[in-house]
Design a protein around this ligand. Structure first.
Ligand SMILES: C[S@@+](CC[C@H](N)C(=O)[O-])C[C@H]1O[C@@H](n2cnc3c(N)ncnc32)[C@H](O)[C@@H]1O
Length: 186
């Protein structure tokens, strides 16, 4: 099973109608569309991406599916956006997803970076409700990817010592496969 499918399987069992969820790296909108389906008409999704083209692509997908009404799209850096959400949304979000790296078929120089990713993850913990789920997929094959993956691993190990439940999935492969981290907030 691909890690993107694994994330969807985990969140299908976790999310309920009426929940609030965040896609912190909207990209082409596959995860945003999935989250919008899971939270239902009474739920809400916030989808963030630093690239306008990604936000447009996500909007088109949601328009086609008739689900745009339950999604708020934000074109900006996720650490910045998540920080602004804290005051009104502390411990209210049921699930947050990060699919790190760059947008396939787009400008590869626009990619997530260890420093802002670490900040965005720390804020995510504050936004998650107790029992809330944080899914983070890291890629090690591109420049900067290995350093970012190490930062995410250190964040997850520290979170585990703080009482959160952390699982890690690595597909069998000889060549630096992606890693999925799943944190359940205590
Ligand atoms: C691997 S893609 C995400 C794929 C997406 N989940 C999907 O379903 O199509 C990573 C995305 O992160 C975005 N990104 C990079 N740095 C970012 C940042 N600081 N804040 C928000 N998004 C960022 C990129 O523009 C890119 O679209």
């Amino acid at each position: 099973m691909r890690l993107t499918e694994k994330v969807h399987t985990i969140l299908t069992n976790h999310l309920q109608q009426g929940d609030q969820a965040i896609d912190a790296t909207a990209g082409n909108g596959y995860d945003t569309l999935f989250l919008a389906e899971q939270v239902g008409p009474s739920g809400k999704v916030i989808a963030i991406d630093i690239q306008d083209c990604a936000i447009r692509s996500t909007q088109e997908k949601l328009d086609s599916a008739g689900l745009i009404d339950r999604v708020r799209l934000v074109a900006d850096d996720h650490a910045l956006v998540l920080r602004k959400l804290i005051e009104a949304n502390r411990e209210k979000i049921a699930a947050i997803t990060f699919n790190l790296g760059y947008l396939p078929g787009s400008d590869k120089s626009i990619q997530t970076h260890a420093e802002s990713t670490e900040e965005a993850l720390a804020v995510s913990i504050q936004l998650l409700c107790p029992g809330g789920c944080l899914c983070v997929t890291t890629y090690r094959g591109h420049s900067g990817g290995a350093a970012e993956a190490e930062t995410v691993e250190a964040f997850m190990r520290k979170s585990q010592t703080e009482g959160h439940t952390v699982d890690c999935y690595i597909p069998e492969s000889s060549n630096s496969p992606p890693i999925l981290w799943v944190l359940k907030k205590s």
